[in-house]
Design a protein around this ligand. Structure first.
Ligand code: G
Ligand code: G
Ligand code: MN
Length: 374
């Protein structure tokens, strides 16, 4: 009833996970309300199933568990690589649902159904073909100064744009990393393309920092820092404006080599940043051994830093740690104003997330910078 009132038209109901699966097989579903406590095949089984199926609709978790358990489940569910909007405690009411699903969400659900479904991870050969066909494109996500609300930088994020389809890095970066040559080719290709687009619009990028993602595999290539330096020179990009984000998977067994490569980058006047901080390998010991200029708090803590006590404590402590070390701190995954305000109050310097904009192509990026900073 509540859903009809909000504006949904076709609704399917399933008593348990098993029934739900048959609906998923028969219908194109845009939004799922997933109860975690179901009698046959519980919510986590359904989430795993949707993840394997690469379901690209949105999901709202519901459960009668208390807030703490519910938000832990929310964090866990995010690991399935699904688009989880929020978690709601039972009993549900029209107000509760409406609070979480506004017109904008419904609009975006309708729009996003056009998107390609059920993509498989690309093979090494397919990735090579896309690169040869010039289909690897840089997208840019704005980074906002939380004090002034103006755009202070962008993060370059790789996309494959092929036959009207947009393929995100999850489908090709992990695979490309399994081949040393390919990940280097890919990394250099995306950086050089971004530099070309930026140097063609150099006036719009005055004082705008450019963050690039660098994985260990590319850093294992010793000449990489020097390649980056000469590429900056070729396109007249100021090195001080480049932030090299070391991604989580980057810090691996070859720690000495990676550490010295990060130091090389710093000595060449690039800024270095530790990405996805707080997860996986991106740990405090890295901060001890490498003089990072910036920390990026992983979005898993940011998304629910207001309502989940543990996320909130971790977020606060990372900000304090960064302040004490005089390191810039960036919060990734800001999706609404409430979270923005909260982080600003905690002293976080920079925000990034869908609230400011999803990764976008160069023309849109330039428009956004112009609107934001003038
Ligand atoms: O863009 P998206 O929003 O989906 O990025 C997913 C992941 O892919 C991020 O964790 C990011 O670090 C990684 N990624 C995106 N672009 C690049 C890139 O150009 N090089 C590398 N190595 N990783 C990237
Ligand atoms: O390199 P890294 O993992 O930090 O890349 C950022 C990733 O986070 C990209 O996949 C990007 O699309 C994604 N992202 C950026 N902002 C948001 C956001 O507000 N919410 C969510 N869920 N993902 C985001
Ligand atoms: Mn990143």
């Amino acid at each position: 009833m509540s859903l009809l009132k909000i504006g949904f038209t076709i609704i399917f109901e399933s008593a348990n996970g098993l029934e739900a699966k048959s609906v998923f097989n028969a219908e194109k579903i845009d939004l799922v309300f997933c109860d975690l406590n179901m009698p046959i095949e519980d919510g986590f089984k359904v989430l795993r199933y949707l993840s394997e199926k690469r379901f690209d609709g949105k999901i709202i978790l519901i459960s009668s568990e208390d807030e703490d358990v519910l938000s832990s489940s929310f964090n866990l569910a995010k690991l399935y690589n699904l688009d989880i909007l929020c978690s709601l405690q039972k009993p549900l009411s029209y107000e509760k649902i409406q609070n979480k699903i506004n017109c904008e969400t419904i609009h975006s659900i309708n729009k996003e159904t056009i998107k390609e479904n059920h993509l498989e991870e690309l093979s090494l050969d397919t990735i090579r073909k896309h690169i040869e066909n010039d289909e690897l494109k840089p997208y840019y996500q704005p980074q906002v100064d939380l004090k002034t609300k103006s755009i202070k930088g962008v993060e370059v994020l790789a996309r494959i744009v092929s036959k009207g389809k947009l393929i995100t890095p999850d489908y090709f970066i992990p695979k490309a990393e399994s081949d040393k040559e390919l990940i280097i080719t890919l990394t250099k290709d995306i950086i050089e393309k971004a530099f070309i687009e930026i140097s063609n619009n150099i006036n719009s990028f005055k004082n705008i920092t450019i963050a690039i993602n660098i994985s260990a595999k590319s850093l294992e290539n010793e000449e990489f820092p020097y390649w980056l330096k000469s590429t900056c020179e070729a396109y007249k990009i100021t090195r001080e404006n480049i932030i090299c984000e070391l991604t989580e998977t980057a810090i691996n067994k070859n720690k000495t080599l990676i550490d010295s490569q990060m130091l090389r980058l710093r000595m060449l006047k690039f800024k270095i940043s530790i990405d996805d901080f707080g997860t996986g390998y991106s740990s405090i010991s890295q901060l001890h051994s490498i003089p990072f200029n910036e920390i990026k708090i992983d979005k898993i803590f940011i998304t629910n830093c207001i309502y989940n006590n543990r996320s909130s404590v971790i977020t606060k402590q990372i900000i304090y740690l960064a302040k004490a070390m005089d390191i810039t701190v960036v919060a990734e995954g800001i999706e609404n104003e409430e979270v923005e305000k909260y982080l600003h109050r905690l002293g976080c310097d920079i925000g990034q997330g869908y609230f400011y904009g999803k990764p976008m192509a160069i023309n849109e990026t330039i428009k956004r910078i112009k609107n934001s900073n003038h």
